[in-house]
Design a protein around this ligand. Structure first.
Ligand SMILES: Cc1ncc(COP(=O)(O)O)c(C=O)c1O
Length: 458
C-alpha cells in the first residue's frame, strides 16, 4: 500500500452527515425500488455516486464567487476564465458551457454529418449519445488490456493505434474528428500515456483528421504520466499538461471534475474554422459567448479551480487517497479493477458475488447491500447500465463483459477516515457475500434505464 498522504488543507466549514437507522435504510431502499438514484442525499451517509460536480471548493473559490460580474456581455470573470484556459491548455478559442455534455453537443451538432464515424479510446455515455443523436457512429479503440479487470498495465486507457489507423485508412472523408478521453472514465478511470497521445496525434496527422481531447480529468492523467511513464519522473505537471494539449487541436471539458467546481465546462480549439458556427449555436442553446450558460461567479470558480487542481500537493493527495482506498480493498481480497484508477475504485460484481448468476445483476446487488449495511451510495456500471434485450432470445438480455460497482471519490470532500469506514463495510460484505441478493427489473425506461429502473429482490 502506498504511503498515506495527509490532506493538504485544514477544514474551515463543515457539513453534517448522518447515518440513519438500518430499518430506515431498508424502507428507503424499498421506496426507491432498490435503485440508489431514488434515495434523497440526506439519507446517504457517505456518497460515492460520482466525482462530478461534487468537489469542495477552496476559500479562494468561495471568495471568487463574491467577485462575480453578472453583466450580460463582457463580464470580467469571462476574461479571467479565458486567459486561464489559454495559459494552461494553450488553446486560443475558448467557448464556455454549463457542463461537459453541452460542449459535446455543440461540437458534434456542428461538425458531424449522418454516416460519420468518431473513434475514441472509450466514449463516455454522454459523448456517445451526442455522436449518435447527430447521425454518427461512436467506436471505441481502447487497447485490449483496458478491457480486463486484472493485469497491471500502467496505461490501460491507451488508444489501440493499429485499430485507429485501420479505421482512418478504411473510411476516408468519414471521420471528422478523433477523440481521446483522459482519463478513461468508462474504462475504470485508467490513464493514457504521453507516448500514446503522441502516437494518436501522428496517426491523425497522417490522415488529416483533427484530434480533440476529452479533458475532464486532465490533471489526474498528467499525474499518472509523471508517476508511471519512463522519462517523465519529476517533470512539472504544468509542463506535462501543456505537452498533451500541444499535441491536440482542442478539447471538450467538464469543469465538474478537474475544474474543482460544482458546475461548468468549455470547448477550446486551436483553429478558427468551426468557431463562428459554434458561437452562433451557443447563443441559441446556452447564452452569449462571454457566459455560456454560467453565472459570472461560476466562471470565476472554474478559473481558480483549474489552477488549484495543478498544485502538486493536491494531486499527490488526491491520487494517493484513491489508490490507498483501492489497495486496502485489494489487500483484503476484494476483486477490484487494477491498477487503481484516478477518481474511483471499481469492484468486479461477478467475482464479488459468484453465487449470483450474471442475469441477477450482482453489481446492482452489491450497490444495494452497500447502502443497506453502511449507508454508502455507489453506482452500478454493468448489466443494468449497459444490458440490452437480446433480439434472438425474448426475455433475455445481452450483458456487458464487466459488471462493476464504481465507488467514485469526490474531490476534497471525504477524509481518509471516511474511506476507511467504507473499506470496512466492503470488506465485511466480501467475507459474507450471502448477504447479497440478486434482483430482477420490474420497470425500466427505453433509454438510460439505470437512472430510473425499479427492481425487486429475487
Ligand atoms: C469522460 C467524461 N466526459 C464527459 C462527461 C460529461 O460531463 P458533464 O457531466 O459535465 O456533462 C463526463 C461526466 O461524467 C465524463 O466523465
Amino acid at each position: 500500500m502506498e504511503k498515506l498522504q495527509p490532506e493538504p488543507w485544514r477544514v474551515k466549514v463543515v457539513e453534517p452527515i448522518r447515518r440513519i437507522e438500518r430499518g430506515q435504510r431498508e424502507a428507503r431502499l424499498r421506496d426507491a425500488g432498490y435503485n440508489v438514484f431514488g434515495i434523497a442525499s440526506e439519507d446517504i451517509y457517505i456518497d460515492l455516486l460520482t466525482d462530478s460536480g461534487t468537489s469542495a471548493m477552496s476559500d479562494a473559490q468561495w471568495a471568487g464567487l463574491m467577485r462575480g460580474d453578472e453583466s450580460y456581455a463582457g463580464g470580467r470573470n469571462f476574461y479571467h476564465f479565458e486567459e486561464t484556459v489559454r495559459d494552461i491548455f494553450g488553446l486560443p478559442y475558448v467557448i464556455p458551457t454549463h457542463q461537459g455534455r453541452v460542449a459535446e453537443n455543440l461540437l458534434f451538432s456542428t461538425i458531424l454529418k449522418p454516416g460519420d464515424i468518431v473513434p475514441n479510446n472509450t466514449h463516455f455515455d454522454t459523448t456517445r449519445a451526442n455522436v449518435e443523436v447527430n447521425g454518427g457512429t461512436a467506436v471505441d479503440f481502447v487497447i485490449p488490456e483496458g478491457k480486463q479487470a486484472k493485469g497491471r498495465h500502467p496505461f490501460k486507457g491507451n488508444m489501440d493505434l493499429e485499430r485507429l489507423e485501420a479505421c482512418l485508412a478504411g473510411n476516408p472523408g468519414k471521420v471528422p474528428v478523433v477523440m481521446l478521453t483522459l482519463t478513461n472514465n468508462s474504462g475504470g478511470g485508467q490513464p493514457v500515456s504521453l507516448q500514446n497521445v503522441r502516437g494518436t496525434r501522428d496517426v491523425c496527422r497522417r490522415h488529416g483528421v483533427p484530434l480533440l481531447i476529452d479533458a475532464c480529468r486532465f490533471a489526474e492523467n498528467a499525474w499518472f504520466i509523471r508517476e508511471r511513464e519512463e522519462g517523465q519522473a519529476g517533470r512539472p505537471i504544468r509542463e506535462i499538461v501543456r505537452e498533451i494539449f500541444d499535441l491536440s487541436d482542442g478539447c471538450t471539458m467538464s469543469a465538474k471534475k478537474d475544474g474543482l467546481a460544482n458546475i461548468g465546462g468549455f470547448l477550446a480549439l486551436r483553429d478558427e474554422v468551426w468557431v463562428e458556427r459554434l458561437k452562433n449555436k451557443l447563443i441559441l442553446i446556452e447564452g452569449f459567448p462571454t457566459y455560456g450558460g454560467l453565472a459570472g461567479r461560476d466562471l470565476e470558480a472554474v478559473a481558480l479551480g483549474l489552477r488549484e487542481v495543478l498544485q502538486e500537493d493536491y494531486l499527490a493527495f488526491r491520487v494517493g487517497q484513491v489508490t490507498s482506498f483501492g489497495e486496502a480493498l485489494a489487500a483484503a481480497g476484494v476483486p477490484v479493477v487494477e491498477p487503481i484508477g484516478g477518481h474511483a475504485v471499481y469492484i468486479d460484481g461477478r467475482a464479488f458475488a459468484p453465487h449470483l448468476a450474471p442475469e441477477l445483476y450482482p453489481a446492482q446487488a452489491l450497490t444495494i447491500a452497500l447502502y443497506l449495511e453502511g449507508g454508502i451510495r455507489a453506482v452500478e456500471i454493468g448489466g443494468v447500465m449497459f444490458g440490452r434485450p437480446d433480439p434472438r432470445h425474448p426475455g433475455k438480455e445481452t450483458l456487458p463483459d464487466l459488471d462493476l460497482v464504481r465507488l467514485a471519490v469526490p474531490r476534497r470532500v471525504y477524509t481518509n477516515t471516511h474511506l476507511q469506514y467504507v473499506a470496512g463495510v466492503v470488506i465485511d460484505l466480501h467475507r459474507d457475500p450471502a448477504k447479497l441478493r440478486g434482483v430482477r427489473i420490474v420497470h425500466q425506461a427505453a433509454v438510460l434505464r439505470h437512472f430510473t429502473a425499479r427492481f425487486e429482490m429475487v
